[in-house]
Write a protein of this length. Structure first.
Length: 132
């Protein structure tokens, strides 16, 4: 797997059934390449991974020459079917330009759908840990 965002290549191997698991990938855009001697190389480009996302990429190898290569363009998964967790990426522009009361980073959680922020005095988002 190649990270188009960071320019770093990661490798892994599948088991006898062809299942593979690449963990702890940073958010970004990736290209997935699969190769096996006696089969045509498969490639899927433009895969975007977000925070806490589980992506299932099923590729089928077909018999072919080693020099043969096939490219497949991909778009982001519209429906997350592999996990029940929710996550959202807060862009650096939002962090720098949105008004945060007291620069409290917990207030950024309110940008994600389904998040209910604890309210303190004057209904301002507060850090429950450091509140006396």
């Amino acid at each position: 797997m190649f990270s188009e965002t960071r320019g770093v290549e990661m490798t892994g191997e599948s088991n006898e059934q062809g299942y593979y698991n690449l963990v702890q990938l940073m958010p970004g855009t990736y290209t997935l390449g699969v190769q096996k001697e006696g089969f045509a190389t498969q490639r899927q480009t433009g895969m975007t991974l977000e925070v806490n996302q589980v992506a299932r990429i099923d590729l089928v190898l077909r018999v072919g020459g080693i020099a043969e290569s096939i490219g497949v363009e991909s778009r982001a998964v519209l429906l997350e079917t592999e996990s029940t967790t929710l996550g959202q990426v807060v862009q650096s522009k939002q962090i720098l330009e949105l008004p945060l009361l007291g620069r409290n980073p917990y207030a950024l959680a309110g940008l994600a759908p389904g998040v209910r922020i604890s309210a303190g005095m004057n209904d301002l988002p507060v850090d429950q840990i450091s509140t006396a």
